[in-house]
Design a binder for this molecule. Structure first.
Ligand SMILES: *Cc1c(COP(=O)(O)O)cnc(C)c1O
Length: 396
C-alpha cells in the first residue's frame, strides 16, 4: 500500500529534531556532525542567531504581499547580490528548478528579441543535474531522471562532461547558449577546470551564445568565493543560485547581465511567492554574514584544509578511496569498490552525516562555519570507520 507521504525518496531511518551550528540532534537526543547541510543549504549551520532573528522579526511584521507591490527587502537583496557579483539584475524564485526555468526562458527570449527565434537550444553536459522540472530533466538528459516522463521539452543537446570538442561539434544555427555546473554536485563533485571554463566562454563569444552557469550547489560561498566561476576569472551571462542563498529558507535566484536579461520586461515572467518578504529578510541576513570580509577567505582556508586532510585519509586508505575531488567545502571521495549508500548509513550511525553522489562518491558539503576541530572530528570518524570496514567489511 502506498504511504501517505509519496514514496519517492529512499529515506535513511533517522529523524532530526533540532540543530545547532555544525551539529544535528535526533529524536532520541543523539548528536551528529553535519557534513551535508541538507544538500548544502544550511551554509551558516543550524539555528544561526542572525537568521533566526531575521525570520522571527519579519514573521511578526509581514509574511507575504505578492509582487503586485514594492518589496524593499527584495530590492535591497538584489542590489547587494549585483554589487557582489557579475550581475546587473536578479529574479527571485523559491527553488533551484525555478531558477533554471527562468534562465532557460531568458536565453530563448534574448535571441527571440534579437530576431533569432530559431536559436532556442542549449548545450549541456552529461551527469548534470538541473532540477526536476520537465525542462530541468531534459537539460540533464540522464535516463534515471527522464525515463517514463517523455515526451520531454525539446531544445537540449547533451555532450560528455568537460568535452570541449564535443561542445563545439554540438553547436548549430539553433544553439542559443551553453549551460553547465562549474562544479557538478549530484553528478559526483566534478569541477570543470579554469581552462575548460575559459574555453566555454570563448565558444560563446565566437558564436553569439549566452553562458549559463548553474551554481545552485557550488555557489553562495561553497567553494570559498561567492560564486565558483570566480576562481576561473570567466564572466558568465546568467547564473542560477538557490540552496545556500536562503540558509534554509526556500529561496532561489536567477542572476544576469543587463544584456542577457534585455528581453525580461513587464509581463514576461513572474512568481507568486518568489521574492516574498520572509525570504528576502532571511536572504539579506545570509549576506550580512557571508559578505563580512573575513567570511569567504575563511571558507577557502577551511576548504583547503578539508581537501588536504581527505588527501591524507586517502594515503592511509587507498584501498577504499581512489580519488579526492572538489573545490573548497564541496568535497567528494570516490570509492568505487564500496557500496556508497551502505558507507553513508554506517557513517551516520557513527555520528557523522555525509551523503551519496553519483559516480560512487561520498559527498561532503559541511556548513561553511566549520572549523579545524570539526574537520579533525570528521577525519577521526572516517578513519576508524575505514579500519573497521577493512576488518569486517563495509555494510551494504
Ligand atoms: C539542487 C540543484 C538543482 C535543483 O534545485 P531544487 O531547489 O531542488 O529545485 C539544480 N541544479 C543543481 C546544480 C542543484 O544542485
Amino acid at each position: 500500500m502506498i504511504t501517505p507521504l509519496m514514496p519517492v525518496y529512499a529515506r535513511i531511518p533517522v529523524a532530526f529534531e533540532r540543530g545547532e551550528g555544525m551539529y544535528l540532534y535526533d529524536t532520541n537526543g543523539k548528536k551528529y556532525l553535519d557534513f551535508y547541510s541538507g544538500i548544502g543549504v544550511m551554509c551558516l549551520g543550524h539555528s544561526h542567531p542572525t537568521l533566526v532573528k531575521a525570520l522571527q522579526d519579519q514573521a511578526a511584521k509581514l509574511w507575504h504581499t505578492a509582487n503586485t507591490y514594492e518589496i524593499p527587502h527584495g530590492a535591497r537583496l538584489a542590489e547587494r547580490l549585483c554589487a557582489a557579483s557579475f550581475a546587473d539584475t536578479v529574479f527571485f524564485t523559491n527553488s533551484g528548478a525555478e531558477s533554471i526555468e527562468c534562465a532557460i526562458k531568458m536565453v530563448r527570449k534574448y535571441h527571440y528579441d534579437k530576431g533569432n527565434k530559431g536559436k532556442y537550444r542549449l548545450v549541456t553536459m552529461s551527469n548534470a543535474f538541473h532540477g526536476r522540472t520537465l525542462a530541468g530533466i531534459a537539460a540533464a538528459g540522464q535516463e534515471k531522471l527522464t525515463k517514463g516522463f517523455e515526451p520531454l521539452p525539446d531544445g537540449f543537446d547533451v555532450v560528455p562532461f568537460g568535452d570541449i570538442e564535443a561542445v563545439k561539434a554540438a553547436i548549430s544555427d539553433e544553439t542559443g547558449g551553453i549551460m553547465v555546473e562549474p562544479v557538478q554536485g549530484e553528478g559526483g563533485i566534478r569541477p570543470l577546470s579554469n581552462e575548460q571554463m575559459q574555453a566555454l566562454r570563448d565558444i560563446c563569444d565566437e558564436n553569439g551564445l549566452l553562458l549559463v552557469l548553474d551554481e545552485i550547489q557550488c555557489g553562495m560561498g561553497r567553494t570559498g568565493k561567492l560564486f565558483a566561476h570566480e576562481w576561473s576569472g570567466v564572466k558568465p551571462d546568467i547564473v542560477t543560485a538557490a540552496k545556500g542563498i536562503g540558509g534554509g529558507f526556500p529561496l532561489g535566484a536567477c542572476l544576469a547581465t543587463e544584456e542577457a536579461a534585455s528581453g525580461m520586461v513587464v509581463g514576461t515572467h513572474g512568481s507568486t511567492y518568489g521574492g516574498n518578504p520572509l525570504g528576502m529578510a532571511v536572504g539579506n541576513a545570509v549576506l550580512d554574514e557571508m559578505l563580512k570580509p573575513e567570511f569567504l577567505p575563511r571558507v577557502a582556508e577551511m576548504g583547503d584544509l578539508l581537501q588536504a586532510r581527505l588527501g591524507a585519509l586517502q594515503q592511509r586508505h587507498g584501498d577504499f578511496i581512489k580519488e579526492v575531488r572538489g573545490v573548497g567545502l564541496m568535497a567528494g571521495i570516490r570509492m568505487p569498490d564500496v557500496p556508497t549508500r551502505g558507507a553513508v548509513v554506517d557513517m551516520i550511525e557513527r555520528g557523522m552525516c555525509p551523503a551519496v553522489a553519483g559516480d560512487m562518491v561520498m559527498r561532503m558539503l559541511p556548513p561553511l562555519i566549520i572549523n579545524e576541530d570539526h574537520i579533525d572530528e570528521a577525519m577521526e570518524l572516517l578513519d576508524s570507520a575505514m579500519n573497521d570496514w577493512r576488518d569486517k567489511g563495509v555494510p551494504a
